[in-house]
Design a protein around this ligand. Structure first.
Ligand code: PRT
Ligand code: ZN
Length: 300
């Protein structure tokens, strides 16, 4: 590979909740990297796409400053860092290319469990501890509430019991951490999941093409993960009902069965989740030999 060839860099979290699944997604998209155990940079072996392994908090800045072209990071971090960058550069922004359906969590307001909550105005004049000061400030402003924000980099959930805050705004997934600290989530500030982002500056056309190809592949892997190939046998006269049950299937392929003129084989690409309930409904509608197969790759 010549060093003249344009290359792009994609940043993912080095070690944490999003790391493994981000890397797997890129590998499934056909990217291979020359791994190096400690380094922050893995060279792309089969495509001119290199990997940067960094703290998740650094990913938005790398994108905003053009030091990498793509990044996978939680929406919570992306939005917070964009709001932070806008203090210095009001036009700072990131383009979200695709939500990735992992790293789901909510940024929530939580209060000591014995305190009641009915509306945001209650927080007026209170101290709220958070690692997300800009998102918290935006939420307070949206609700016309003036409160003090105490910015902490970690262990936000212990602030109320230490007496350094009256409430917190923190990420919640199962709620176990809040319960262990006698806190109760009362309202959602932001719903979040991991997403694929790019900086919003235009690249030279060759790199723009490469980026586009990569994004198509990542989205193809995403779609394939949600998509199932369903095969079944059905009475010819139940076809309309069966097609209506198949989740997210457009036009199923209908094939004749050699020995049975009243039954057909139906093959369908289901782009929405296929649950056991769907299979039971199909069976009740007269389907038999129902198979649900994973789809490995898709290119629309
Ligand atoms: O070192 P680096 O800065 O890269 O990592 P990090 O420690 O900042 O991030 P990490 O790996 O903890 O999380 C990365 C991203 O995962 C976050 O920015 C979110 O987008 C997403 N995510 C999903 C979460 C959670 N779920 C989550 N539960 N991030 C943090 N948590 C915390 C939560 O705040 C709580 O303290 O995990 C704890 C357990 O949550 P419960 O509700 O299940 O008890
Ligand atoms: Zn972090």
């Amino acid at each position: 590979m010549s060093s003249e060839q344009p290359r792009i860099k994609i940043a993912i979290q080095k070690s944490g909740r999003l790391s493994e699944i981000s890397l797997k997604l890129l590998e499934k998209s056909g990217l291979q990297f020359a791994r190096s155990k400690d380094k922050l940079f893995w060279y792309g072996r089969n495509l001119p796409v290199d990997l940067l392994l960094v703290r998740d908090d650094d990913i938005p800045r790398l994108l905003l400053e053009g030091m990498c072209e793509l990044g996978i990071v939680g929406e919570n971090v992306a939005v917070e860092k964009v709001l932070e960058a806008r203090k210095r550069r009001p036009e700072a922004d990131l383009d979200q290319l695709a939500p990735l359906d992992f790293g789901h969590c909510k940024l929530m307001l939580a209060l000591p469990e014995n305190e009641s909550y009915s509306r945001p105005e209650q927080l007026a004049g209170k101290r709220i501890a958070t690692s997300y000061p800009r998102l918290t400030r935006r939420w307070l402003n949206d609700n016309d509430v003036e409160a003090d924000i105490v910015t902490l980099n970690g262990a936000v959930e212990i602030a109320p019991s230490l007496g350094t805050a009256d409430a917190i705004v923190d990420l919640v997934s199962t709620g176990t951490t809040l319960r262990a600290n006698h806190l109760r989530a009362v309202t959602t500030v932001l719903e979040s999941q991991a997403a694929l982002y790019r900086g919003n500056s235009k690249l030279p056309s060759e790199r723009e093409l490469l980026l586009d190809k990569l994004v198509q592949r990542v989205m193809g892997v995403q779609r394939a993960a949600e998509t199932k190939y369903v095969m079944l046998h059905a009475p010819r006269d139940a076809l309309a009902r069966i097609s209506a049950i198949l989740p997210g299937a457009e036009t199923p392929t209908v094939l004749p069965l050699e020995s049975q003129s009243d039954r057909v084989a139906v093959h369908a690409l289901c782009t929405e989740q296929v649950f056991w309930e769907h299979l039971e409904e199909l069976k009740a509608a007269g389907a038999s030999a129902i198979l649900v197969l994973p789809v490995e790759k898709m290119l629309a």
